[in-house]
Design a protein around this ligand. Sequence first.
Ligand code: DP6
Length: 405
Amino acid sequence: MPENGHQNLAMVTCTAPVNIAVIKYWGKRDEDLILPINSSLSVTLHQEQLKTMTTIACSRSFQQDRIWLNGKEEDISCPRLQSCLQEIRRLARKRRNTGDPTSDVSIVSNKVHICSVNNFPTAAGLASSAAGYACLVYTLSQLFGVEGELSAVARQGSGSACRSLYGGFVQWKMGEWSDGKDSIAEQVESESYWPELRVLILVVSAEQKSVGSTSGMHTSVKTSQLLKYRASVVVPCRMEEMIRVIRQRDFQAFGELTMKDSNQFHATCLDTYPPIFYLNNVSHRIISLVHRYNQYYGETKVAYTFDAGPNAVIYTLQEHLPEFVQVVRHFFPSEANGSEFVRGLPVCSADLSEELKRDLNMEPTPKGIHYIISTKAGPGPCVVEDPSQHLLGVDGLPKKRVVSE
Ligand code: DP6
């Protein structure tokens, strides 16, 4: 851990990825410790397209803990932030008490300054709390020299954050203990296991802000009978099946299960009282388009999944990508020219046959989709070695106002 002798300032910068669940987490059995009512499984997305970067500095001269998110100072007293900070400091002290000679005893009691930015626009409506809390916990652990099980700490920031501590295919085992120590994330397969798998995020234009996942799932747990059945009967079988089909790289089965689980999650939202609607008309049109496209070929070539908002995440294989992107362009014509509409990993152009367009039989929805982010599975959190990348200056304050978009 680097230390600047003159300023008595230690500083570390790390990055962490976003993850998208294919078996969804929805519902807590313990709201304080963030313990889920079912296990879940996600794909970690590549950080070249979507990541959070966090710099944390600590110094004897800092008066208080402080945090800046996307250029704006936020309230550090937020209980979830406090849980993560307290838990990492506890683990760091524990390490000191067990007499680890490499642990730096003094810095744990110093105050920290935290500065965090996303490389994707907040306006895109992509869940950023998973990458944010994973990055916070990982960076703190690097600063204080804490090793071992970090996913149980990140989980206390935001449930889905525990899965962002690993790359590739990751399961969050719900666990059984009341202290939550067995409610942890585990890598199922690494990001290189299924290289043909590709991910598209279709950023849908949304007029209104939807109900947050924390309050949404709270109401679902209280009111939805379907959620009880899902958590106790459906998800345990689906977890086993999902792990099996990923290991077999069986896209047909993976895609089908992914879509069914997304649909059941949104069905539990509708079964919540009062009901919660995360999908809008454009989301519904994307669902129809995917089913019509798969039906045309008589196989599952593309699959959708939706979280607590209208954006679609599409899983497909590299060989199907150019044509499907062209299908999206055709049915959701945008004002943006070609390169602006598809961002991230390049996608080759493709021609659509008249027969396919006719068979899909849908009216185009102009401007329904803002843009597409093209990406793939990627690695877990990383340390940024280059000191010029630090978001905090030697004075311990944000170097410049960083605003996402
Ligand atoms: C629909 O992790 O954001 O994205 O634990 O309350 O912070 P809290 O909720 P959060 O919920 C994510 C819900 C989801 C499904 C998923 O990612 O598994």
